[in-house]
Design a protein around this ligand. Structure first.
Ligand SMILES: [Cu+2]
Length: 220
């Protein structure tokens, strides 16, 4: 699925270019991962006339089969994030990320609690009931941000000329950044991330304690 923010594009200057090129995700054994699923590309202006992106339309992160779907999403500050529960069990979403702390409490099947994210940065989302449930929300102030699901690399168009920082991130690689000059025309590049982190980061529950084993997994 291709998701991208298109906030404020209509207000950008006409002198614009773009940047595009392949992104590779290298496994620990040297092989390349076949998909860029969950990889995020953020093009941040360093010296370029790009207005700060305001709130965008609500972002939806569903709970399905004890997983957050999508696992990685992008929002701008002030955007509402909803968590529709499509399972038949209770879930919870909490974040202890500085600047975007919240806790939805338990919510029932069919419910969809909502929160508003405010501070730019990476927000780690967890469920206080199910240890294996985690998701990531990137809060960005630039209109140029993409989740690379279903893509081979980066592709930003209608970007005002200037100097940018291209930030690439994946849950299992962390972040790397490059300086990119964009003029008229399309700037070509190639970028690589290396897998170095576990698929599920060790984490505590919302009380800062270890998750208890579930005695009866049917109801929670
Ligand atoms: Cu859960």
């Amino acid at each position: 699925m291709i998701r991208a923010l298109a906030v404020g594009l209509l207000t950008l200057p006409l002198v614009a270019g773009g940047v595009q090129g392949p992104v590779r995700l290298r496994e620990k054994d040297g092989r390349l991962r076949a998909t860029l699923k969950d990889c995020v590309a953020i093009l941040e202006p360093v010296e370029a006339p790009v207005p700060v992106a305001g709130p965008s339309s609500p972002v939806s992160i569903r709970t399905v089969g004890k997983q957050f779907i999508p696992r990685v999403a992008i929002a701008t500050p002030g955007t509402e994030v909803t968590f529709p529960n499509l399972d038949h069990i209770l879930h919870n979403v909490f974040s202890v990320t500085q600047g975007n702390r919240f806790d939805t409490g338990h919510y029932s099947p069919g419910d969809a609690p909502r929160v508003k994210v405010t501070s730019p940065g990476l927000v780690k989302l967890y469920c206080n009931v199910h240890h294996q449930m985690n998701a990531f929300l990137w809060v960005v102030t630039t209109p140029f941000a993409q989740v690379l699901d279903g893509r081979m690399g980066v592709q930003f168009h209608q970007v005002p000329a200037g100097t940018y920082r291209l930030r690439l991130w994946h849950p299992e690689s962390g972040e790397k950044a490059w300086t990119v000059q964009i003029g008229p025309g399309v700037t070509q590049g190639a970028w690589e991330l290396e897998v170095s982190l576990p698929a599920l980061e060790p984490h505590k529950n919302k009380f800062g304690r270890n998750y208890a084993p579930l005695a009866d997994d049917r109801n929670y």
